[in-house]
Structures are given as structure tokens and as C-alpha cells.
Write a protein that binds this ligand. Sequence first.
Ligand code: UD1
Length: 418
Amino acid sequence: MSKLLLHGGKRLNGEIEISAAKNSYLPILAASVLCEEKIILHNYPCYTDTENMCEILKSLGAKIEKNNDNLVIDASSLSEYSIESALAGQVRSSIFMLGALLGRFKKAKVAYPGGCEIGARPIDIHLSGFRRLGVKVEEKHGFILCDAKNMTSASLLLEFPSVGATESLMMASVLTSGQTKILNAAQEPEIVDLQNFLNKMGADVRGAGTSEIVINGVKKLHGCEFSPIKDRIIAGTYLIATAMCGGDVLIKGVNFHYLQAIVDKLDKTACLISHKNDKIRVISDGKPKAFGKIETAVYPGVPTDLQAQLMALATICEGSSMIVENVFESRFKHVPELIKMGADIHVKDRVSVVHGVKHLYGAPVTGLELRGTASLVLAGLVAEGYTIVSGVKHIDRGYHRIEEELSGLGADIRRIED
Ligand code: UD1
């Protein structure tokens, strides 16, 4: 089993090119089965989640080749519309396959999805949207069975702007005749990316990035080449890492505006952040001030996927910070581990209060989910002495060899095998 061994105290300096976004790649991979021609996706990132999603596509009969950084997907001979639990349990995004398979075959059978343990993560908004589109949905023996032979267009008002539900419903309706509207849609940049990909295949989708998405059904989609956007959460993680460690880092490839909410908070910690085109430069003296209060929210608010990393930062800031987790109900699993390293954190329900300490101390700690494990790595970068982070399989779901990227910036971090 892999672990990460860190010796804290190094400043970060240099440049880093950010990989493609996991949360764009996953729905785009699912959507590629809507089309019977070849799809070429650029800058394929080898995260465990994207690898597992490729396995799901292969299990359905798609042919996938890796050609340098490109992924070539040929779903012309797709024969299956059923995903077993061993595969679906590996990655929560298997739920996207429901929408995509309904579009392609008008039927789908998918085992309940897996993914990070950050709360109940129900799928009721996905399923009630399908039902509004006329899909017969049954939940039996751990599977969701959908029959879409009577699927029609409809106007769908989401009870909450769920990212996954917005994407599932976009995929289900692109090949359904008539006009479907998704109201109170999620507005994340990855939704815009999915719209751009669907349109590149010949779909007619408008409005992504606003709360109303309009899909005019088309008869058929065609092959295309597409470059998914870069990962704003990885970029945000390295911005925060630099704020903590001190140094001067140029982060390349990510649209600055996607990170505005984070930059506004980091400004308060006394980092200097500037940007030009898709390059963001962060300079820090490594003595951050507390950022005050942060509440996670849907885009363009502070992303829940950066909450744990911001908490790692708060532990060493001068002063106290408050972090409110509004999106998921159980996303403070990193707190006991940060406390083991000397952090002063108090949690009640969805609110945590963090009093900054002068030093964290290295300790053996265990990550229990993706972003929480990233926060432990950040804490290890500044802790006195050695930190060993277990649970690395979680971080590998959404960062490709984080130890290589951070050591490229000067951190003392390496992967060790047990
Ligand atoms: C996506 C991201 C994840 C991010 C999250 C919020 C991907 C692959 N994952 O996850 O990294 O943390 O958005 O930005 O893109 N909910 C329901 N019923 C539903 C669906 C969701 O109650 O049917 C609730 C969830 O439990 C959660 C909230 O809505 O409390 C947000 O979930 P959602 O936006 O759907 O997140 P995901 O798509 O799972």
C-alpha cells in the first residue's frame, strides 16, 4: 500500500502546468457513448477515477486507446447497457452513465454508485428529473433500472443545483426530440465544458453557466476532438500550498476567474496573486494571516472541494478562521488527523472554528477521502519533522502523482510502499 512521506519546511518555487479537470473528464467520458463515431479527447489525465470510468466504458463494449496524451474512444460497437456493482462502486460518476445510456439505448441498468465518503450523496434529483422526462425508473436489488422508451422533452426544475444531476439530465435529453429546459441548473465551469463537448458532437445545448439550460433534441451526434478544461481544484490546492509554505509559484493552464472566490480569500492571508491569460502567479512569505469566515457554496462560491485544503491553511494562520460546509453534510473527516498534527480546531455540525497555531508537527495520519487527504499533504508540507500520509488511494482519484508535482516545486515529499 502506498504512503506519502513528507519532511516539512521547504518553500515552493517554480512553474506547474495543471492537468485536465477530473470533474470535466468524467461526464465527458460518459457522454462519449452518445455517439457512434470516434471521439478524441486531449490531455488525458491518469487519475484513478478517470481510469475507472474508462474501465466502465470498456465493459460496455467501447474501444479505448491511449495515444500519447490523447484518448481515442470508439463506442460504435457498444452492446451493453448494464453496469455491475464491482465497477459502479469504484467511482460515483458511474451515475452519469445512466443519462448517457438512456440517450443511446433508451434503457439502462446501473448499480448504485461509489465514490468519496462525504455524506449520504443521494441521487434523488437525478432520478426525479428522469421521471419528469417520462423515464420509468425502478430501484431493485442494488440497481437502478431505467426504461426510456416513452422519454419526451420537459421542463425540469431542480430542487438543488446539483452538478451531477444537471449533467445527467443534459446527457439524457440531447437525443430526445423537442426542447428540454433545466431550471435551477448548476453553473460550474465543468457544466459549460460538457455543453461545449456535446455541441462539438452536433448537439444543440445552450445556457450552461447560467441557471437555465435549454436542450433542443437532435437525431444523431457525430465524432469530434475536444480538450477538456484544466482542473481548478488542483490549481487551487497548489495556490493554497504556496500560501502555506511561502515561495513564488506560477500555475499554468487554468482560467483565473474559475478561482476568483479562493483568490478573494487568499488575498486576506497576505499572499500576492496576479494573473495573465491562463497563468496565475502566487507569492507568499509563508506567514499567512487568518482569512476570516468561509462558507462553501455552489459555483461561483467557495468550492466544497477546496474546503479541506483551506482548513489546512487556517491551522497555521495568525488569528482565527471559521469554515462552514454548506454543500455536503459530512465533510470534516480530516479534522481529527489535523488535530493529531497539533491543529486547534473545534467542530459543531457543519461549522468549524480554527485557531491558528505557530507550528504543526509531523505525525502518521490517514486520509479518508480525496480532498481531505490533500489537506493532510498540505499540512505535512509545513509541519516540523516527518509526516506519513496513509490513504493515498483517495488522493490518486483526483491528482496524478501529487508527490512529483510538489517535489518539482521544491517540496520534500515522496511515495513509499509498505
Ligand atoms: C460534483 C463533483 C464533486 C463536488 C460536487 C459539489 C464531479 C464528478 N464531482 O459532485 O467533486 O464536490 O459536485 O461541487 O463533478 N444531492 C442530492 N440529491 C441528488 C444529487 C445531489 O441531495 O440527487 C446533494 C448532495 O448530497 C450534496 C449536494 O446535493 O449534498 C451537492 O451534490 P452534487 O452537486 O450533485 O455533487 P456531485 O455531482 O456528486
